[in-house]
Design a protein. Structure first.
Length: 286
């Protein structure tokens, strides 16, 4: 599932491509994706609108739109779900099989493809209201982080997935940040000392910044085969660092049974809150 870094790189890629383009038509292939809007109400709101900035909040893409220069802007909210892809393609090209929504931009078409149909593409901002601070922002402080963790009886790895605690961290980068911080994912959140919390905060920022720089967590595999805008979740070209395999970049995630990159021990996998957790018991003592 795309997490904060994948969404951030996608946003950075789409922003200059979309700015100033006008929506001439809207086609909805999966009605579930646009709820609570209907296909008709979404089209009525979007047709004629022009794209402004594309930004990110947690794992959500926010597309700024307006009808005319003097009009107030409004936001279109996108979420990739588990398998969503957003990209531009020539208007004459056939739409992918699992196209959920497509926007006619004239010579190009914006495509939201979502095979498993867990994504979102609507005008509903309610999902943003309860989000915690952005982990790469100044609002994410040791004081606030300490208070939130101190109130929780959950394991720290599970708590890190709580989007009201800190926005955008998912399963992959929670495991990676805890490894870098030398903290066991099995420890209770309230058991962490202030110095450990400060170290974890720094490692969260570090691992997210590294992932953004690498360009994502999975290899490119869109069927465009490198022609034109052949991209997966994010905006890195196929010759860029995003083509490096996950195994080359992740210290523990997905590496159960393999040697730890720091010690002679082995990475192990366990299940927490129905999600896989990867850690090194030697480097992250419980």
């Amino acid at each position: 599932m795309p997490e904060l870094p994948e969404v951030e790189v996608l946003v950075r890629h789409l922003d200059p491509l979309l700015q100033g383009k006008q929506i001439r038509g809207v086609a909805v292939g999966r009605a579930k994706i646009v709820r609570p809007e209907t296909s008709a109400t979404l089209a009525d709101r979007l047709v004629g609108a022009t794209f402004g900035a594309t930004t990110r909040r947690a794992k959500y893409l926010l597309f700024e739109l307006r009808h005319g220069k003097a009009a107030d802007p409004f936001s279109l909210v996108g979420h990739l779900g588990m398998t969503g892809r957003m990209f531009l393609q020539p208007a004459a090209a056939p739409l992918p099989k699992h196209t959920a929504v497509s926007l006619d931009l004239g010579e190009q078409r914006f495509v939201f493809e979502d095979p498993r149909c867990f994504g979102r593409f609507n005008l509903d901002l309610a999902s943003l209201a309860e989000l915690g601070p952005e982990p790469l922002s100044d609002d994410f402080t040791v004081d606030a982080f300490s208070v939130a963790l101190g109130r929780s009886s959950q394991a720290v790895k599970v708590k890190l997935l709580d989007q009201s605690l800190v926005a955008g961290i998912g399963n992959i980068y929670a495991s990676e940040a805890l490894f870098r911080a030398g903290i066991s994912p099995l420890r209770g959140a309230r058991s962490l000392r202030r110095d450990e919390i400060g170290r974890l905060l720094d490692r969260i920022r570090e691992v997210l910044a590294d992932a953004i720089r690498f360009g994502g967590s999975v290899p490119l595999d869109w069927s465009g085969e490198g022609k034109g805008d052949a991209l997966f979740y994010y905006g890195a070209k196929e010759t860029g660092p995003a083509t490096r395999s996950a195994e080359e970049r992740f210290a523990v995630y997905g590496r159960d049974g393999e040697p730890c990159t720091r010690c002679a021990g082995k990475v192990v996998r366990c299940v927490q809150a129905a999600r896989s957790t990867f850690h090194c018991p030697g480097c992250q003592p419980a």
